[in-house]
Design a protein around this ligand. Structure first.
Ligand code: 0L1
Ligand code: MG
Length: 262
């Protein structure tokens, strides 16, 4: 670790204030170039602690930058992990206020809910498939707090991987009824198809993102508890949205998720 506890707490307060005030900031590694990976996740953990101390519930975990399209779009080569809080959830078919956000983008995500704990090291796709209770579709609205998306991976991790809003919709299905690799996703903005992909875009298999998450948490002495909602990461590149846009994502065998930006 390169940062001390005072720096970790100050950076968490800095980034969380930027989120809550919809205000952009410069990437934190500009001022703390020696920050390491453990520091980045410690800042994120401190943001989570702050939210929970104010009474917000952590309602899910997320894998980010798991698709090759997304990694290419953002110029990184490693996934990252974060969390979502209760106040970030919006209903299917509902409105999302752009005035509460900085520069939102949408991502179509195949999600799971676990029925058994998962703990790394050594977690793999088979262990994840055995631990899935059901699969369901969602759209994540990411909103990096960094000005003009100028960031590096450590800064993104500290910023809770740009977590901002999410919409769960469609229908849940048993994993045995699906092939998560060939499951097709079509993303429409204002009635036009803007992106399409299949589940295999996420690290070859969306369950691989969950295995990687369990191994990452295991290295930090943590596990994925049973009953955890997990977003496995956008299958396509992220699509920018603004007030007036409507988004509808069709997931093969899982129904649709939609929202309007106002
Ligand atoms: O959910 C994600 O893929 C995290 C993305 C973090 C970087 C970004 O804001 O694009
Ligand atoms: Mg995402």
């Amino acid at each position: 670790m390169a940062l001390n506890r005072t720096d970790i707490e100050a950076l968490a307060a800095h980034l969380e204030s930027a989120e809550l005030e919809a205000r952009d900031v410069t990437k934190i590694t500009d001022d703390f170039p020696l920050m390491d990976w453990a520091d980045a996740y410690d800042i994120q953990d401190e943001i989570r602690r702050r939210k929970e101390a104010r009474g917000h519930k952590t309602v899910g975990l997320k894998a980010g930058l798991t698709s090759f399209a997304k990694m290419k779009q953002m110029g990184v080569d490693t996934p990252c992990f974060g969390f979502v809080s209760d106040y970030m959830a919006r209903p299917d078919g509902g409105e999302i206020k752009v005035s509460e956000l900085i520069h939102p983008k949408v991502e179509a995500e195949i999600c799971i809910v676990t029925k058994a704990p998962l703990r790394g090291p050594g977690c793999h796709v088979g262990a994840v498939l055995a631990a899935i209770d059901f699969v369901l579709p969602a759209v994540e609205i990411i909103d990096s707090r960094y000005r003009d998306f100028k960031f590096d991976l450590k800064s993104v991790i500290a910023d809770n991987t740009s977590a901002s809003r999410f919409v769960i919709g469609g229908r849940s299905r048993n994993v045995e009824a699906l092939d998560l690799r060939t499951l097709g996703v079509v993303l429409e903005k204002n009635g036009q198809i803007v992106s399409m992909a299949a589940g295999a875009a996420v690290l070859g298999h969306p369950a691989a993102a969950v295995a990687m998450m369990a191994n990452h948490l295991g290295a930090r002495g943590q596990e994925i508890p049973a009953g955890t909602f997990i977003m496995t990461g956008g299958v396509t590149e992220a699509i920018a949205v603004q007030a007036g846009d409507s988004v509808n994502v069709r997931f093969q065998d899982l129904g649709s998720v939609s929202m309007r930006f106002v």
